[in-house]
Design a protein around this ligand. Structure first.
Ligand code: NAD
Ligand code: DAU
Length: 339
């Protein structure tokens, strides 16, 4: 079995590669990644010497490079993590989101059509459903809900999902889609809520909470997401969408307070800043389908996962300090300087 994992030098893709090489030592895993600001080759250092692993630097929008890789590797399965993934960046500049997240997905599926594959899996997001009201705790995202997006990022992911389902219906491409809630864990890029708060707290910098901090996200430990995708590519039904989430809803402000507590830092570091434009209020996944059909259940409780995550950031300072010492400084100044 040969699997091409796109975006494997990023947060979830790298965790997925580690999971797959461990769970299936006989599989060949080929990582295709453009190494954008969010991709980090050093993240893949632990598997660089594995004889069943290959890294290829390429853009999923580059048809020639993608088709060449398919010719060389004759993959059985494609798992597409490659994306521009940060909502705030999409609000600043949507275009690259449309290019990578939509056109890139089409290029990958065109290659699948030409060379033939057993499965194309699209890693999507719960953000395609838009948001839920705070005063309706009885409401959850289900796979049959209409897509109703808020940001350029979520719109680009929803567009890709529609294309994936269209390639299934029109060309019979054997596809699956997973729509997961917010992930956290090792190698999470420090522009995102949890690692940003950990890094800032460790540097005694202000902890910028958007709006009133009452927005709710449904957090899942990254390994549990990887295990869900593993199940879907092996046992999921073609043409199906699977929601992935562990009923772990938390308000942003409570997450930030917890990070302070874990690190022994004062809550006085918390600073309320201007809200994100179009900020989604609440995400909450109903994972009944993946549980009933594939037997998936999250294994890591949030209380344990956040401890493991904080420990990882304490033990791997070089990884994130290198990131925040470079171009990231300009990004941070632009996004938070006058917020
Ligand atoms: P990330 O930003 O950490 O990593 C993205 C990776 O894709 C990077 O390695 C980057 O170099 C690569 N990439 C970007 N553009 C590329 C291109 N044109 N060609 C090839 N590679 C390219 O993202 P992440 O948080 O790991 O998210 C991975 C996927 O999971 C995304 O599709 C995202 O929409 C989805 N997702 C993320 C979450 C989350 O909480 N992070 C939750 C649900 C779904
Ligand atoms: O739900 C899945 C999505 O989760 C994925 O599709 C996205 O790729 C991923 O980035 C994530 O999107 P969010 O916008 O929910 O994640 P982020 O970490 O950017 O923000 C989480 C919440 O924290 C959100 O309500 C905004 C808030 N926030 C974020 C940052 C970076 C702050 O209050 N302050 C901050 O500095």
């Amino acid at each position: 079995m040969t699997i091409i994992v796109t975006g494997g030098a990023g947060f979830i893709g790298s965790n997925f590669i580690f999971h797959m090489l461990k769970a299936y030592p006989e599989y060949r895993i080929v990582c295709l990644d453009k190494l954008t600001y969010a991709g980090n080759l050093s993240t893949l250092a632990p598997v660089a010497d594995n004889k069943n692993f290959r890294f290829v630097k390429a853009d999923i929008c580059d048809r020639t490079a993608v088709f060449k890789l398919f010719e060389e590797e004759k993959p059985d399965v494609i798992v597409n993590f490659a994306a521009e993934s940060h909502v705030d960046r999409s609000i600043e500049d949507p275009e690259i989101f449309l290019r990578t997240n939509i056109l890139g997905t089409a290029v990958l599926m065109d290659a699948c059509r030409k060379y033939g594959i057993k499965r194309y899996h699209q890693v999507s997001t719960d953000e395609v459903y838009g948001d839920l009201p705070l005063d309706r705790p009885d409401m959850f995202f289900t796979e049959t809900m209409p897509l109703h997006t808020s940001s350029p990022y979520s719109s680009s992911k929803a567009s890709a999902d529609l294309l994936v389902l269209a390639y299934h219906r029109t060309y019979g491409l054997p596809v699956t889609i997973s729509r997961c809630s917010n992930n956290y864990g090792p190698y999470h890029f420090p522009e995102k809520l949890i690692p940003l708060m950990i890094a800032n707290a460790l540097n005694d910098k202000p902890l910028p909470v958007y709006g009133n901090g009452e927005n709710v996200r449904d957090w899942l430990y990254v390994e549990d997401h990887c295990k869900a995708i593993d199940l879907i590519i092996h046992k999921g039904r073609e043409g199906e969408v699977y929601n992935v989430g562990g009923h772990n809803e938390m308000r942003n402000i409570d997450i930030v307070k917890l990070v302070c507590k874990e690190l022994g830092k004062p809550e006085s570091l918390i600073t309320y800043v201007a809200d994100r434009k179009g900020h989604d209020m609440r995400y909450a996944i109903d994972p009944t389908k993946i549980h009933n059909e594939l037997g998936w259940l999250p294994e890591t409780k949030f209380a344990d996962g956040i401890k493991k995550t904080v420990k990882w950031y304490l033990e791997n300072r070089a990884w994130w300090e290198t990131i925040i010492s470079g171009e990231y400084q300009n990004y941070y100044e632009k996004m938070y300087g006058s917020r």
